[in-house]
Ligand binder design. Structure first.
Ligand SMILES: [Zn+2]
Ligand SMILES: [Zn+2]
Ligand SMILES: [Zn+2]
Length: 147
């Protein structure tokens, strides 16, 4: 999906196409890497584009909510990294702790839960990430020495 398609998607959902919104979308559409709000902010600054970090945060979160972006807690510290949606269906990600590679994972624990029990909760959302070592890293990685 390119920036123009994303823009018209947003417009179709009733979102105003502000200048900063368009810049953020353009930047995300041309960016193959996972970006945090901070790294996107820095990238835009390098291009002399000044957008508040909080505006970037809000827009990334909004676009994630609309399923336009994928989101992972890559460093396991609550700082989300985003990229353009890499799969059509709802999915999660495998994250390599060594090289940082992120792979889409076609599995959602919520589906199973909904078949069994939800304790009366509605509008369920899930945040689910799996961490480990990718195949390329398994040979290279040295496990920490046992104490
Ligand atoms: Zn994804
Ligand atoms: Zn790896
Ligand atoms: Zn899910």
């Amino acid at each position: 999906m390119d920036a123009e398609q994303l823009c018209s998607q947003l417009a179709a959902k009733g979102y105003k196409m502000t200048n900063s919104r368009r810049k953020i979308l353009n930047s995300m559409a041309s960016e193959p890497d996972w970006m945090t709000a901070k790294s996107l902010h820095d990238k835009l600054l390098q291009q002399n584009v000044h957008i508040d970090l909080s505006t970037i945060c809000r827009n990334l979160d909004m676009m994630y909510g609309l399923n336009m972006l994928c989101r992972v807690d890559k460093e396991r510290n609550g700082t989300f990294a985003y990229r353009l949606q890499d799969m059509q269906n709802h999915h999660h990600h495998l994250i390599c702790l060594s090289c940082g590679t992120i792979v889409p994972l076609e599995y959602c624990p919520l589906e199973e839960l909904q078949e069994r029990q939800t304790k009366g909760f509605s509008d369920l959302e899930c945040q689910f990430e799996v961490y480990g070592y990718c195949q390329a890293c398994q040979r290279a990685v040295k496990k920490p020495a046992e104490r």
